[in-house]
Ligand binder design. Structure first.
Ligand SMILES: Nc1ncnc2c1ncn2[C@@H]1O[C@H](COP(=O)(O)OP(=O)(O)OP(=O)(O)O)[C@@H](O)[C@H]1O
Length: 300
């Protein structure tokens, strides 16, 4: 069973009240000779959206898999809801596994099932006693919660656009009313408007459902717009965890290149513009928007 911060077992319908639902200490992972993580520490705060960034191949997805118990670890400990994932056997983990939802990169929907049936998969797994009509009702609700039209319930993944597939994956991740949501590159492959809409949905769900979100991303707009803190993976560890403005003050070369490079600055300007647009009735804001919105010299 999952435990609270006092070491007491959590009831099935009780929510975790400890400060850190995920605690990773001294993690080491490796594939043969290739060491991916070495002495990695990370604490995720309850209720936050934690962005996880790092260069390609630094082990963001492997870290997520280790946290959810799908990745063998060579050393260290990972606690989820106060329960060690590194020395537990899968069957005994039920008290933890029905408390999280996962949106894998690419959605990972079952192609032969409709969206509604996809959402029902975890429900049937953890609550086999639910009736067909209740399963259908819950699936319909989760689909709508994820911003899809109700008609999507009966569609197959192949009938959906990329953005709709992500939302269908999200509906399935929300099936069990999770406390913890893992999102692996949720906005990858979406156009900027679709990506911004998905970000806002994530933020709204975090606030209204009280979720803790572990979000792997390369998307600078996502980091600026919705992440409370960001963990940076480099040199086989988490080298920093902080708010984006604080990270930008650090002089690590990868962090500087990433956040203060041209794309980082563009994301920052876009965020400043969004903020200013909320105050367009004030002349100063209106003027600033006009100035910042001007295309750079030489650009159409
Ligand atoms: N099953 C596996 N077998 C062998 N090596 C693997 C396996 N899974 C991942 N790796 C290796 O582990 C390293 C980290 O992979 P991971 O997918 O976590 O990177 P990432 O930071 O998520 O990268 P990206 O941003 O490109 O998705 C990579 O070098 C990858 O090749």
């Amino acid at each position: 069973m999952a435990e609270d911060d006092q070491g007491q077992p959590l009831g099935r319908h009780q929510r975790y009240r400890g400060e850190y639902p995920i605690v990773v200490e001294g993690l080491q992972t490796a594939f043969g000779e290739q060491v991916i993580h070495d002495g990695l520490d990370l604490k995720v705060k309850r209720g936050e959206i934690l962005g996880v960034v790092g260069g390609s191949g630094t082990g963001k997805s492997v870290l997520m898999r280790a946290i959810i118990g799908l990745q063998h670890t060579a050393a260290g400990n990972i606690d989820v809801f106060g329960r060690s994932m590194t020395d537990s056997d899968p069957d005994a983990d039920i008290g933890v596994r029905n408390r999280w939802g996962i949106l894998f990169q690419g959605g990972a929907l079952f192609s032969t099932l409709t969206v509604g049936e996809n959402v029902q998969v975890p429900l049937k797994q953890f609550y086999p006693e639910l009736s067909e009509s209740l399963l259908h009702e819950i699936a319909r609700y989760k689909v709508k919660l994820s911003g899809l039209p109700e008609a999507a319930v009966n569609k197959y993944p192949s009938e959906l656009s990329g953005g709709m597939k992500k939302r269908a994956g999200l509906a399935r991740a929300l099936a069990l009313d999770p406390e913890l949501l893992f999102l692996d590159e949720p906005t990858a492959g979406l156009d900027p408007i679709g990506a911004a809409a998905f970000d806002q949905l994530t933020k709204e769900l975090q606030k209204t459902l009280g979720l803790t979100v572990f979000l792997i991303t390369h998307d600078l707009d996502t980091l600026h717009e919705i992440c409370d803190r960001v963990a940076v993976l480099a040199d086989k560890r988490v080298i920093a965890v902080d708010t984006v403005p604080k990270l930008m003050e650090l002089d690590h070369p990868w962090i500087q290149e990433y956040f203060n490079g041209p794309r980082g600055r563009a994301a920052l300007t876009a965020q400043a513009l969004d903020e200013l647009r909320k105050h367009m009735d004030e002349p100063v804001a209106a003027q600033a928007v006009k100035a910042l919105d001007k295309p750079a010299p030489g650009k159409a």
